[in-house]
Design a protein around this ligand. Structure first.
Ligand code: NFS
Ligand code: SF4
Length: 650
């Protein structure tokens, strides 16, 4: 079949900051394979300003009503103002992003319960965490089996999804002062699902029409995500699949194998990937792979499914969100197995150009042109085996294969528990050394760099520029999601990267042997950052609320609505959050001013937007320095070596 040659470089798509990916994208284009690059170039209609700034309303059939804030007649037919519309649209983004995490949390709880009842092939791996959560949820543990405890815990957690009144239990883990503030402001989430439903109701035509009131509900919903569903997901996954500890692995396209059956797992929920990992080593499966001439099964991840198995099994990540089509375009993938979220529909077309089978597994996410094999946690291994055998069957159909020789070592799996051990030592696990190093100024503060990678910037370069600037200024960086993969590609997740850090941070990293950039997991694992921040507060010496500690967060290349939900729960937890390139309310100065300034008076946290990565990092550093000043620790103190007497006093 003759194929049309599609031009690769036009000004619209800045490409990926990864030479290997760029090469594969170019080859794919020459072979007539369309990826996001061509779709971007070929789109006839470009983004519209109303949509981008949040002032287009299509919540009823009178519209769409597009608005410009400075034009007096520019209001909706119903009288809705640009501020109302921008706030409504922002709320709906928070609702959708939160809903994604909530459904993930629910699915995890259901699997957890099934496993506890012996109806799913997973076991309770972290008993310590099981007991910790049981105590939190007031589940009796004495004299009971772990399964028994887990059943009651699972039921209690699951009940929170449909809960109507009261407060989500996880919110009680926040610093006391934060909880009091939330109580005073009335934003403590009452139930997981209820807060999303209420946003959808409030944003219906002719309902809540005050932007402050709308943002209030967006906050309550976002908290039901961060201090609810996402935290539930992370914690139950840890109990079931193991709490991550630092391990070595690799990332990037070179993780694919020429002589193995390559199966890529992509999406978000770890159940399916866990089952695939269990099956991949099965001698029968390996024998089946050998029969077709392969050496065995090579599992690799994409997006957050990748992060989950990277952290727990050291399984390589082949690519981040923006690399998903690139991974297929290597021609080396027998099957790409996807579940929910961040799965580009374009994958189906790319897969058709190769021998690859795209397999959807969630009842909630189907793609035309893909094979659907529904995952059911009760039969997890059986389904994983079926899928693996299908992939093996594809191996001999390989055509052109080009796996770039490009992969990078990473150390991943810094759960907040391991930060405890790494810095405090196995026998004296605590955040004390971290707090001390922040107080003495060796570490200026903690920066979180999270979120997606974007097609509108040279993907990956923005993340790594921000990170480089932060660590050079002695800011310890925590990463999750696709930002973590981008940092991994550039070598920032290796202990050797300490060389790029400022002298104080470098000294700490070299003493402990840790990278200056800590991989904390997937996007639901941003809840781990909330807990780490809380632990810093509880350890003492850096104020009594998250809003006081020297931290700042950013999502330099965000694209997903989940990022908006995450940003809002961080702001409501007292953090400064900078987003890159674009922000969804900029069409309304009123709402943007509220989120970028006024909201700080309420929550002690606020939003900002900045495209230029060095400036973004500088904004975070300035915020961190302001917090240091408020704490009275802005002067770099001389290093004090504690003697025994001082230790005792401490
Ligand atoms: Ni987070 Fe993970 Fe990646 Fe963005 Fe998507 S995979 S959940 S949303 S694109 S970081
Ligand atoms: Fe227009 Fe109001 Fe209908 Fe929105 S709700 S589309 S602003 S009339």
């Amino acid at each position: 079949m003759a194929r049309k040659i599609i031009p690769f470089t036009k000004p619209r798509c800045p490409g990926i900051f990864c030479e290997a990916s760029t090469r594969i994208l170019k080859e794919a284009a020459q072979d007539g394979v369309k990826t996001y690059v061509q779709r971007m170039e070929e789109r006839a209609i470009q983004p519209c300003l109303f949509g981008q700034g949040g002032t287009c309303c299509r919540n009823c059939s009178f519209g769409p009503c597009m608005m410009i804030e400075d034009v007096p007649e520019s209001i909706g037919i119903c009288g809705a103002t640009p501020a109302t519309v921008a706030a409504r649209n922002f709320c709906r983004m928070v609702a959708c992003g939160s809903a994604a995490h909530m459904d993930h949390g629910r699915e995890t709880a259901l699997t957890f319960l099934a496993a506890a009842k012996g109806e799913a092939p997973f076991e309770i791996k972290d008993e310590k965490k099981l007991h910790f959560l049981a105590e939190l949820y007031k589940v009796k543990t004495e004299g009971r089996s772990k399964e028994d405890i887990a059943i009651e815990l699972g039921e209690k957690v699951l009940a929170e999804f449909g809960q109507q009144e009261g407060a989500l239990v996880m919110t009680t883990r926040a610093p006391t002062k934060r909880q009091e503030l939330w109580k005073k402001l009335g934003v403590i989430p009452r139930g997981v699902d209820r807060e999303v439903v209420e946003i959808m109701h409030r944003t219906h035509m002719g309902t809540d029409q005050d932007y402050r009131s709308l943002i209030f509900q967006a906050t309550r919903c976002a908290l039901a995500d961060g201090w609810g569903a996402s935290m539930i997901a992370s914690e139950l996954q840890d109990i079931l699949f193991g709490t991550p500890v630092p391990l070595r692995a690799v990332v990037n396209l070179g993780a694919l194998s020429e002589d193995h059956v390559n199966i890529v797992i992509h999406g978000h929920e770890p159940q399916m990937p866990e089952a695939m990992a269990m099956v991949a080593q099965d001698p029968e499966i390996v024998a089946a792979a050998q029969e077709v001439g392969a050496k065995g099964i090579n599992l690799a991840g994409v997006c957050c499914s990748g992060n989950e198995v990277l952290m727990r099994h050291g399984i390589a990540i082949a690519g981040s969100f923006i690399q998903q089509e690139v991974v297929l375009a290597t021609g080396a993938i027998e099957a790409m197995v996807v579940d929910v979220q961040c799965v580009m529909q374009g994958l189906a077309e790319v897969a058709k150009c190769f021998h690859t089978e795209l397999i959807t597994t969630s009842s909630r996410a189907m793609i035309e042109g893909a094979t659907h094999i529904e995952f059911d946690h009760h039969r997890a291994l059986e389904i994983a085996r079926d899928i693996t055998l299908r992939a093996i069957g594809k191996f001999k159909q390989r055509r052109r294969v080009h796996i770039p020789d490009r992969k990078m070592d990473v150390v991943a799996g810094f759960s907040h528990e391991t930060i405890n051990h790494i810095l405090g030592g196995a026998f004296r696990a605590s955040y004390r050394p971290l707090n001390d190093n922040i107080i003495n100024g060796r570490i200026r503060g903690v920066g979180a760099v999270v979120g997606c990678d974007s097609c509108w910037v040279e993907s990956g370069r923005v993340h790594t520029t921000v990170v480089q600037e932060l660590i050079a200024n002695n800011v310890l960086v925590l990463v999750t999601g696709c930002a973590a993969t981008a940092c991994g590609r550039e070598g920032f997740l290796r202990p050797e990267a300490a060389e790029l850090a400022g002298p104080g941070l470098r000294e700490v990293c070299e003493t402990v042997g840790m990278p200056p950039v800590l991989h904390m997991g997937s996007c639901v694992d941003n809840s781990r950052i909330l807990i780490a921040a809380t632990e810093i507060v509880k350890e003492g010496g850096l104020g009594d609320d998250i809003s006081q500690i020297p931290t700042a967060g950013c999502a330099p290349e965000w694209m997903s609505e989940k990022a908006i939900a995450i940003g809002q729960y961080f702001v409501a937890s007292g953090a400064f959050v900078v987003f890159g390139r674009t922000f969804p309310t900029t069409g309304s100065k009123v709402v943007t001013d509220f989120l970028f300034r006024e909201i700080e008076e309420l929550y002690g946290g606020l939003w900002a937007v900045e495209s230029e990565p060095t400036k973004m990092a500088q904004m975070m550093i300035e915020h961190i320095e302001r917090k240091r000043e408020a704490l009275g620790i802005q002067e770099k103190k001389e290093r004090i070596l504690f003697d025994m007497a001082m230790r005792r006093e401490l």
